[in-house]
Design a protein around this ligand. Structure first.
Ligand SMILES: Nc1ncnc2c1ncn2[C@@H]1O[C@H](COP(=O)(O)OP(=O)(O)OP(=O)(O)O)[C@@H](O)[C@H]1O
Ligand SMILES: [Mg+2]
Length: 341
């Protein structure tokens, strides 16, 4: 038997660690999620994914604005070069039994058979691969809203990686990672994070709190879905509320993204922004919310930075090539934007 010396594995850090590092830089503070997902991607890249089933099936739970959708976008960017390179199904659009025909197309002979292009055709799946990578990422957002016939369809997909369309053609999901996101348990998690006044506030350690949120999520999942369905999921991952450190990194990322946006959109009319540490601390203070995660932070940046900048551009107060400094006002209640002269 030929043995592979372990040292070769250590000497050459594989693309797995690269991918993990790359994803971790952009999905902040959720290492438990990424370390569960990356090995499945790696299995596909190595050509070792088992046959007859999707490469991976993940159910992402947890509070709003913690990076669930972001994870799939960032993975799409890493694998295919674009965040949009994924097939996203908003399950809220498939709450009625008859709407499920939009997913698989109507059977021949039915009214509208020719017009209904199934959303989940092989062509659509192949359309979200790229020259670099043959893996399709499929996201079923808010799965708890789907009609039960859709959950039944999905059961077949998760189990055998095959979907039968209305016209009897089959679609293979073998080269697919399926992400299901859900708000199941989100309300109970919110209560856990912000106990109402009058209730005893549990000052739980981070690990304790993580375990508790996981428990809430898993209970909600078991109540909603059949055991067959839950059994076909490779991992149920509960995203954790973002802490101060993670939010500080996200503020920096968002400011960088805003600068990039200004350059991309305004091109030769672009200007530069400089947001000092006091201004960043202000944004963090205003934008920290256990309840809404990074969504609140994004809203705060929009309100206090993007919109005032836009007003200054429209009024001519900012002209192309300007440098705009953002600092917190003396009372700490606003940001002051000043154009460098
Ligand atoms: N962990 C994170 N790292 C970096 N950015 C994040 C993170 N979480 C959220 N964000 C930022 O907030 C935005 C909203 O996050 P996202 O769409 O991932 O929320 P979600 O967890 O899917 O919430 P929902 O349950 O409401 O769909 C992202 O586009 C991103 O800019
Ligand atoms: Mg989402």
């Amino acid at each position: 038997m030929r043995t592979i010396p372990i040292s070769t594995k250590i000497r050459r850090p594989g693309p797995e660690s690269d991918l993990l590092r790359q994803l971790s830089e952009r999905v902040v503070g959720q290492p438990q999620a990424l370390t569960q997902i990356v090995p499945y991607v790696q299995m596909h890249l190595a050509g070792l994914a088992p046959e007859g089933r999707p490469v991976g099936v993940f159910l992402l739970l947890g509070p709003t604005g913690t990076g669930k959708t972001r994870t799939v976008e960032v993975l799409a960017q890493a694998l295919h070069g674009s965040e949009k390179h994924m097939l996203k199904v908003d399950c809220g659009e498939f709450q009625m039994e008859h709407e499920v025909a939009k997913l698989i197309g109507a059977p021949p002979g039915y009214l509208g058979h020719r017009e209904t292009q199934p959303m989940l055709s092989q062509q659509k799946l192949n359309g979200v691969t790229s020259d670099q990578c043959s893996l399709s990422l499929v996201l079923f957002d808010e799965i708890e809203k789907a009609a039960s016939s859709m959950t039944r369809l999905l059961l077949g997909v998760l189990d055998k990686a095959v979907l039968r369309l209305g016209d009897n053609a089959t679609v293979s999901f073998e080269r697919t990672i399926i992400f299901l996101t859900s708000n199941l348990g989100a309300e109970a998690m919110r209560k856990q994070l912000r106990p109402d006044f009058g209730f005893e506030t549990m000052v739980a350690g981070k690990r304790d709190s993580a375990k508790r949120l996981e428990g809430i999520g898993m209970n909600a999942v078991k109540r909603k879905f059949s055991p067959e369905f839950v059994n076909r999921i490779d991992a149920v991952i509960t995203y954790q509320p973002l802490g101060a450190k993670a939010l500080a990194i996200i503020v920096d990322q968002q400011i960088e993204a805003l600068q990039q946006h200004i350059v991309n959109r305004l091109m030769d009319r672009a200007f530069e922004i400089d947001v000092n540490s006091g201004a960043r601390a202000f944004l963090l203070r205003k934008g920290t919310s256990e309840e809404y995660g990074a969504r609140e932070l994004k809203r705060t940046i929009l309100r206090h930075l993007t919109q005032p900048l836009a007003a200054m551009v429209s009024s001519g107060a900012i002209i192309p090539g300007d440098m705009v400094h953002a600092v917190a006002s003396a009372d700490g209640e606003r940001l002051t934007l000043a154009v460098e002269v």
